[in-house]
Design a protein. Structure first.
Length: 315
């Protein structure tokens, strides 16, 4: 039998098969290792689920994610914890501080815009700061939050269609009172706002003024829910707010992005079925936004809504 027809040793065939299988198994790992590592723009992150305060596993997962995704500030929902479990909230805030993450105490309910003293009116919303945040701070010597943060959106109420000016003026009154309460205990005030408030004229004391200006006048940090999936759209929508805030010393404007799926319209989120979707696209857009907006003295960074959406956002 010629050399070319000589049968292979069964052991040799087995080793070759094993090597081939190993290459098939390792191929995806090697390919991933060769991919450039995703970088992240430093950003604040909304977290609306209080279980990260009370559940140790959820909290560990949250801070692991925050540490690997550029999170430098957390807006932590804590309406229940601040009233019923301040010890757990303090532990969460101290853990955030250990990781170099600043915190803002997040509260939100559209009905808080209505004047009144009990739940769900303005008096209740203010008490979360004047009473409960004050109690919280009195127990802390480390890891204190830097702000209280309110998400009250009067335009989402059914009354907005028929009583817009009244709701808008009530909202201005609310944030004015909240800022006084926050400053009294040494905190600043952040508010979440829609990107189109500059188009709403509010008549107060016989004078009409754009709603965004009245809010910026009253608060410390104006967080725009600038929810679009391209840099040009985000930059365009933020221009009016940044330009106005630039003229008032100490005012801050944050530009927010959305990651939650199934939004209408779809292009308000970085989770959609177009090419403008996913983590890599979002981070490229946010990088452009930062480069464009950094010359504005009032621009103070980015924010991403929210942890639930961001942690499952595709590549």
């Amino acid at each position: 039998m010629g050399r070319g027809n000589k049968a292979r040793n069964p052991v040799t065939r087995s080793r070759m098969a094993a090597a081939a299988l190993a290459l098939l198994v390792l191929a995806p790992v090697l390919a991933e290792a060769n991919q450039p590592k995703q970088s992240y723009q430093p950003a604040a992150l909304w977290e609306w689920n209080e279980n990260v305060i009370t559940d140790s596993k959820a909290q560990a997962d949250f801070f692991s994610f925050a540490g690997s995704h550029g999170v430098n500030r957390v807006y932590i929902e804590c309406e229940s914890a601040i009233q019923n479990n301040q010890a757990a909230l303090i532990a969460f805030l101290e853990t955030a501080a250990d990781q170099g993450i600043k915190t803002e105490l997040l509260f939100g309910d559209d009905k808080w815009v209505f004047p009144g003293s009990g739940y769900p009116h303005q008096g209740y919303a203010i008490s979360l700061t004047s009473k409960y945040a004050a109690q919280l701070l009195s127990q802390m010597s480390y890891g204190q939050p830097v702000a209280v943060h309110y998400d009250v959106e009067p335009a989402d109420l059914k009354q907005w269609k028929t009583e817009r000016n009244k709701l808008a003026t009530d909202y201005i009154e609310l944030v004015t009172r909240l800022e006084r309460a926050a400053h009294k205990i040494g905190l600043s005030l952040s508010v979440d706002v829609t990107y189109w408030y500059s188009t709403i004229q509010v008549k107060r004391h016989g004078v009409s003024t754009p709603m965004n200006q009245l809010i910026i006048n009253a608060v410390d940090r104006y967080v725009i829910m600038d929810y679009w999936d391209t840099a040009s759209r985000m930059e365009s929508q933020a221009t009016t707010d940044l330009t106005y805030a630039n003229g008032i010393f100490g005012k801050e404007v944050v530009i927010g992005a959305l990651t939650n799926c199934n939004q209408k319209p779809a292009d308000t989120s970085f989770c959609n079925d177009s090419k403008h979707s996913g983590t890599a696209w979002m981070e490229s857009v946010l990088g452009k936004v930062v480069r464009t907006e950094s010359p504005n003295i009032s621009f103070s960074g980015l924010a991403i809504e929210d942890y639930a959406g961001f942690k499952v956002l595709g590549p």
